[in-house]
Design a protein around this ligand. Structure first.
Ligand code: AIR
Length: 179
């Protein structure tokens, strides 16, 4: 029994160590999405998580998308954040090619203010999920934070940083409004 629990602890430690270096991929459909997606990079930098950024368009560069998704696991990505606007099929297409969790950020489009992006990312038919965040800047920041939470599951240092950051956020909310 004792042997088993020591064995279990060791096994958990090995898994944790193996996953300690998981990176986040931040991909976007166009250079024009970079201003929004930069907010994800800011969050990940704050928590000391490694990331890579790439422009990948599902219909303009389909081969690039396919190659990226097929090799994402070997490349040690633990989360993929995909931002796209308009007919935003990038997050769903990537999710169809890998079992790594995909977080979708609907980019605010000019014509429909991102409603097109939101609906095309959030309305995935069952079977291939995309964790969809809010439209625009809030979505990009929360995608970063959600990626931090996922990485924190297998990285205690990141978990501590996240808990601490949340405490500080709570502390920063004043009890009384100023008029
Ligand atoms: N897009 C690019 N390839 C597929 C999609 N959905 C999106 C980009 C960007 C929008 O089209 O994510 O938000 C407009 O791109 P561009 O390059 O015309 O500025």
């Amino acid at each position: 029994m004792i042997f088993l629990s020591i064995f279990e602890i060791k096994f958990k430690q090995i898994i944790m160590k193996k996953n300690n270096n998981l990176k986040v991929a931040i991909v976007m459909g166009s250079q024009s999405d970079a201003k929004t997606m930069a907010l994800c990079t800011k969050v990940l930098k704050k928590f000391g998580i490694k990331f890579e950024t790439k422009i990948i368009s599902a219909h303009r560069t389909p081969k690039r998308m396919y190659e990226f998704a097929q090799t994402a696991e070997e490349e040690k990505f633990g989360v993929i954040i995909a931002g796209a606007g308009g007919s935003a099929h990038l997050p769903g297409m990537i999710s169809s090619l890998t079992s790594i969790p995909v977080l979708g950020v609907p980019i605010e489009s000019k014509n429909l203010k991102g409603l097109d992006s939101l609906l095309s990312i959030v309305q995935m038919p069952k079977g291939i999920p995309v964790g969809t965040l809010a439209v625009g800047d809030n979505g990009a920041i929360n995608a970063g934070l959600l990626a931090v939470s996922i990485i924190a599951n297998t990285n205690n240092v990141v978990k501590k940083r996240l808990k601490n950051w949340r405490k500080l956020q709570t502390k920063s909310v004043k009890k009384k409004p100023k008029f």
